[in-house]
Design a protein around this ligand. Structure first.
Ligand code: SF4
Length: 248
Protein backbone atom coordinates (compact mmCIF):
# COMPACT_ATOMS: atom_id res chain seq x y z
CA UNK A 1 0.00 0.00 0.00
CA UNK A 2 1.33 3.47 -0.86
CA UNK A 3 2.03 6.14 1.71
CA UNK A 4 -0.45 8.87 2.58
CA UNK A 5 1.23 11.41 0.34
CA UNK A 6 0.58 9.19 -2.63
CA UNK A 7 -3.10 9.85 -2.15
CA UNK A 8 -4.48 12.20 -4.75
CA UNK A 9 -4.79 15.68 -3.32
CA UNK A 10 -2.45 15.20 -0.35
CA UNK A 11 0.51 17.18 -1.62
CA UNK A 12 -1.69 19.57 -3.56
CA UNK A 13 -3.63 20.42 -0.38
CA UNK A 14 -0.46 21.02 1.58
CA UNK A 15 0.95 23.24 -1.16
CA UNK A 16 -1.71 25.80 -0.31
CA UNK A 17 -0.29 26.03 3.23
CA UNK A 18 3.10 27.15 1.92
CA UNK A 19 3.52 30.88 1.29
CA UNK A 20 5.47 30.44 -1.92
CA UNK A 21 5.06 26.99 -3.46
CA UNK A 22 8.14 25.96 -5.42
CA UNK A 23 8.23 26.15 -9.19
CA UNK A 24 10.61 24.07 -11.34
CA UNK A 25 12.69 27.25 -11.88
CA UNK A 26 12.94 27.85 -8.10
CA UNK A 27 14.16 24.30 -7.68
CA UNK A 28 16.91 24.73 -10.25
CA UNK A 29 18.17 27.86 -8.53
CA UNK A 30 18.02 26.42 -5.00
CA UNK A 31 19.70 23.16 -5.97
CA UNK A 32 22.32 24.93 -8.07
CA UNK A 33 23.29 26.80 -4.94
CA UNK A 34 23.61 23.47 -3.15
CA UNK A 35 25.33 21.39 -5.84
CA UNK A 36 27.03 23.97 -8.04
CA UNK A 37 26.48 24.97 -11.68
CA UNK A 38 26.21 22.36 -14.47
CA UNK A 39 28.05 22.41 -17.74
CA UNK A 40 26.68 20.30 -20.55
CA UNK A 41 29.06 18.18 -22.58
CA UNK A 42 28.14 15.46 -25.09
CA UNK A 43 28.02 11.98 -23.55
CA UNK A 44 28.21 10.12 -26.87
CA UNK A 45 27.17 10.82 -30.44
CA UNK A 46 23.41 10.49 -30.85
CA UNK A 47 23.40 6.98 -32.38
CA UNK A 48 25.67 5.64 -29.65
CA UNK A 49 23.63 7.40 -26.97
CA UNK A 50 20.46 5.79 -28.25
CA UNK A 51 21.96 2.33 -27.89
CA UNK A 52 23.61 3.14 -24.55
CA UNK A 53 20.34 4.46 -23.13
CA UNK A 54 18.53 1.36 -24.30
CA UNK A 55 21.02 -0.76 -22.39
CA UNK A 56 20.89 1.22 -19.17
CA UNK A 57 18.21 1.28 -16.55
CA UNK A 58 19.85 4.30 -15.04
CA UNK A 59 22.87 6.38 -16.09
CA UNK A 60 24.94 5.31 -13.08
CA UNK A 61 24.41 1.62 -13.77
CA UNK A 62 27.97 0.28 -13.97
CA UNK A 63 26.85 -3.01 -15.49
CA UNK A 64 25.09 -1.21 -18.31
CA UNK A 65 28.22 0.78 -19.04
CA UNK A 66 30.21 -2.46 -19.16
CA UNK A 67 27.62 -4.02 -21.46
CA UNK A 68 27.79 -1.03 -23.78
CA UNK A 69 31.59 -1.10 -23.93
CA UNK A 70 31.51 -4.83 -24.62
CA UNK A 71 28.91 -4.37 -27.36
CA UNK A 72 30.98 -1.71 -29.07
CA UNK A 73 34.11 -3.83 -28.80
CA UNK A 74 32.39 -6.85 -30.38
CA UNK A 75 31.21 -5.11 -33.55
CA UNK A 76 33.09 -3.16 -36.13
CA UNK A 77 30.23 -0.80 -36.91
CA UNK A 78 26.44 -0.38 -36.68
CA UNK A 79 25.92 -2.23 -39.95
CA UNK A 80 27.68 -5.38 -38.74
CA UNK A 81 25.63 -5.17 -35.55
CA UNK A 82 22.40 -4.87 -37.53
CA UNK A 83 23.28 -7.94 -39.57
CA UNK A 84 24.42 -10.05 -36.60
CA UNK A 85 22.36 -12.84 -35.09
CA UNK A 86 20.54 -11.68 -31.93
CA UNK A 87 22.35 -14.42 -30.04
CA UNK A 88 25.71 -12.83 -30.83
CA UNK A 89 24.50 -9.41 -29.69
CA UNK A 90 23.07 -11.00 -26.53
CA UNK A 91 26.42 -12.61 -25.72
CA UNK A 92 28.18 -9.27 -26.01
CA UNK A 93 25.82 -7.49 -23.58
CA UNK A 94 25.46 -10.21 -20.97
CA UNK A 95 27.12 -8.04 -18.31
CA UNK A 96 24.12 -5.69 -18.32
CA UNK A 97 21.34 -8.23 -17.71
CA UNK A 98 18.20 -8.91 -19.75
CA UNK A 99 20.47 -9.60 -22.71
CA UNK A 100 17.93 -11.76 -24.55
CA UNK A 101 15.35 -9.00 -24.33
CA UNK A 102 17.67 -6.17 -25.24
CA UNK A 103 19.50 -7.87 -28.14
CA UNK A 104 16.49 -8.15 -30.47
CA UNK A 105 15.47 -4.63 -29.49
CA UNK A 106 18.88 -3.31 -30.55
CA UNK A 107 18.54 -5.13 -33.85
CA UNK A 108 15.05 -3.73 -34.37
CA UNK A 109 16.18 -0.18 -33.69
CA UNK A 110 19.13 -0.49 -36.06
CA UNK A 111 16.87 -2.03 -38.70
CA UNK A 112 14.31 0.76 -38.38
CA UNK A 113 16.97 3.47 -38.61
CA UNK A 114 18.68 1.87 -41.57
CA UNK A 115 15.32 1.37 -43.27
CA UNK A 116 14.49 5.04 -42.90
CA UNK A 117 17.88 6.71 -43.42
CA UNK A 118 19.97 4.13 -45.26
CA UNK A 119 22.62 4.78 -42.61
CA UNK A 120 23.09 5.55 -38.94
CA UNK A 121 23.83 9.26 -38.72
CA UNK A 122 21.30 10.85 -36.36
CA UNK A 123 22.96 14.25 -36.23
CA UNK A 124 20.07 15.71 -38.25
CA UNK A 125 18.03 15.54 -35.01
CA UNK A 126 19.99 18.56 -33.79
CA UNK A 127 18.41 20.67 -36.53
CA UNK A 128 14.79 19.55 -36.34
CA UNK A 129 12.27 21.42 -34.18
CA UNK A 130 12.35 19.73 -30.77
CA UNK A 131 8.88 18.18 -31.00
CA UNK A 132 9.66 16.80 -34.44
CA UNK A 133 12.93 15.30 -33.23
CA UNK A 134 11.10 13.65 -30.33
CA UNK A 135 8.43 12.25 -32.63
CA UNK A 136 11.09 10.82 -34.94
CA UNK A 137 12.77 8.97 -32.07
CA UNK A 138 9.48 7.82 -30.53
CA UNK A 139 8.62 5.99 -33.75
CA UNK A 140 11.58 3.66 -33.22
CA UNK A 141 10.82 0.28 -31.64
CA UNK A 142 11.02 0.31 -27.85
CA UNK A 143 11.85 4.01 -27.62
CA UNK A 144 9.76 5.91 -25.06
CA UNK A 145 9.82 9.52 -23.81
CA UNK A 146 12.74 8.95 -21.42
CA UNK A 147 15.04 7.42 -24.04
CA UNK A 148 14.12 10.07 -26.61
CA UNK A 149 14.79 12.85 -24.09
CA UNK A 150 18.11 11.29 -23.02
CA UNK A 151 19.41 11.18 -26.61
CA UNK A 152 18.30 14.72 -27.37
CA UNK A 153 19.57 16.12 -24.08
CA UNK A 154 22.80 14.22 -23.46
CA UNK A 155 24.06 13.73 -27.02
CA UNK A 156 22.76 16.85 -28.70
CA UNK A 157 22.29 19.38 -25.91
CA UNK A 158 18.65 19.92 -26.79
CA UNK A 159 16.31 21.16 -24.03
CA UNK A 160 14.49 17.84 -23.65
CA UNK A 161 13.94 16.69 -20.08
CA UNK A 162 14.57 13.04 -19.18
CA UNK A 163 12.44 11.99 -16.21
CA UNK A 164 13.98 8.98 -14.50
CA UNK A 165 13.02 7.48 -11.15
CA UNK A 166 14.89 10.15 -9.12
CA UNK A 167 13.51 13.11 -11.07
CA UNK A 168 9.99 11.71 -10.86
CA UNK A 169 10.14 10.96 -7.14
CA UNK A 170 11.65 14.31 -6.13
CA UNK A 171 9.31 16.29 -8.41
CA UNK A 172 6.28 14.55 -6.89
CA UNK A 173 7.43 15.12 -3.34
CA UNK A 174 8.03 18.79 -4.06
CA UNK A 175 4.55 19.12 -5.54
CA UNK A 176 5.92 20.12 -8.95
CA UNK A 177 3.69 17.48 -10.51
CA UNK A 178 0.48 16.04 -9.19
CA UNK A 179 0.21 12.55 -7.72
CA UNK A 180 -1.84 11.63 -10.81
CA UNK A 181 0.89 12.67 -13.27
CA UNK A 182 2.50 9.60 -14.82
CA UNK A 183 6.26 9.44 -15.51
CA UNK A 184 5.47 9.68 -19.23
CA UNK A 185 3.34 12.80 -18.73
CA UNK A 186 5.93 14.35 -16.41
CA UNK A 187 8.40 14.83 -19.27
CA UNK A 188 6.31 17.39 -21.13
CA UNK A 189 4.65 18.77 -17.98
CA UNK A 190 7.94 19.79 -16.34
CA UNK A 191 9.82 20.58 -19.53
CA UNK A 192 7.34 23.21 -20.67
CA UNK A 193 7.63 25.03 -17.33
CA UNK A 194 11.39 25.41 -17.64
CA UNK A 195 13.29 27.84 -19.86
CA UNK A 196 15.38 25.79 -22.33
CA UNK A 197 18.66 26.83 -20.73
CA UNK A 198 17.63 25.35 -17.36
CA UNK A 199 16.36 21.95 -18.53
CA UNK A 200 19.71 20.17 -18.28
CA UNK A 201 20.48 21.70 -14.86
CA UNK A 202 17.04 20.73 -13.58
CA UNK A 203 17.59 17.12 -14.60
CA UNK A 204 21.11 16.88 -13.17
CA UNK A 205 20.19 18.62 -9.92
CA UNK A 206 17.17 16.43 -9.23
CA UNK A 207 19.25 13.32 -9.92
CA UNK A 208 21.88 14.43 -7.41
CA UNK A 209 19.26 15.49 -4.89
CA UNK A 210 17.48 12.16 -5.21
CA UNK A 211 20.70 10.25 -4.68
CA UNK A 212 22.17 12.35 -1.90
CA UNK A 213 19.25 13.71 0.12
CA UNK A 214 15.74 12.85 -1.08
CA UNK A 215 16.25 9.10 -0.91
CA UNK A 216 13.45 6.78 -1.97
CA UNK A 217 12.96 5.16 1.43
CA UNK A 218 14.18 7.72 3.94
CA UNK A 219 14.49 11.26 2.63
CA UNK A 220 16.83 13.40 4.73
CA UNK A 221 14.46 16.36 5.03
CA UNK A 222 16.46 17.73 7.95
CA UNK A 223 19.42 18.21 5.57
CA UNK A 224 17.39 19.46 2.59
CA UNK A 225 17.70 23.02 1.31
CA UNK A 226 14.11 22.82 0.05
CA UNK A 227 12.47 21.57 3.23
CA UNK A 228 10.74 24.82 4.26
CA UNK A 229 8.88 24.89 0.94
CA UNK A 230 8.38 21.17 0.41
CA UNK A 231 4.83 19.92 0.99
CA UNK A 232 6.08 16.39 1.70
CA UNK A 233 8.37 17.64 4.44
CA UNK A 234 5.49 19.64 5.88
CA UNK A 235 3.29 16.54 5.81
CA UNK A 236 5.97 14.52 7.58
CA UNK A 237 6.33 17.22 10.25
CA UNK A 238 2.56 17.29 10.83
CA UNK A 239 2.16 13.55 10.92
CA UNK A 240 2.74 11.35 13.91
CA UNK A 241 3.98 9.05 15.14
CA UNK A 242 5.96 7.81 12.11
CA UNK A 243 7.04 10.69 9.89
CA UNK A 244 9.29 8.50 7.73
CA UNK A 245 6.27 6.54 6.64
CA UNK A 246 4.54 9.66 5.42
CA UNK A 247 7.15 10.69 2.88
CA UNK A 248 7.34 8.34 -0.05
S1 SF4 B 1 12.21 18.21 2.07
FE1 SF4 B 1 12.39 15.98 2.18
S2 SF4 B 1 10.82 15.15 0.78
FE2 SF4 B 1 11.11 17.34 0.29
S3 SF4 B 1 12.62 17.35 -1.37
FE3 SF4 B 1 13.74 17.62 0.57
S4 SF4 B 1 14.35 15.55 1.19
FE4 SF4 B 1 12.73 15.34 -0.39
Amino acid sequence: MGCQLSAVGGIQDLKSEIDQPLTPVDVVYELTRAYGPRSWFPRYDSMSDLIFTGLSQNPADVNSARAYESLMAHFEDWESMRQAEPERIAQSIQAGGLARVKAPRIKSILGAIYGELGGYDLSFLAELPLDEAKRWLLRLPGVGPKTAACVLCFALGRPALPVDTHVYRVARRLGLITPRTTPEEAHADLEQRLPPELVYSFHMNLIDHGRQVCHARRPRCEACVLSTRCPSSLAAAQASPAPDAQVC
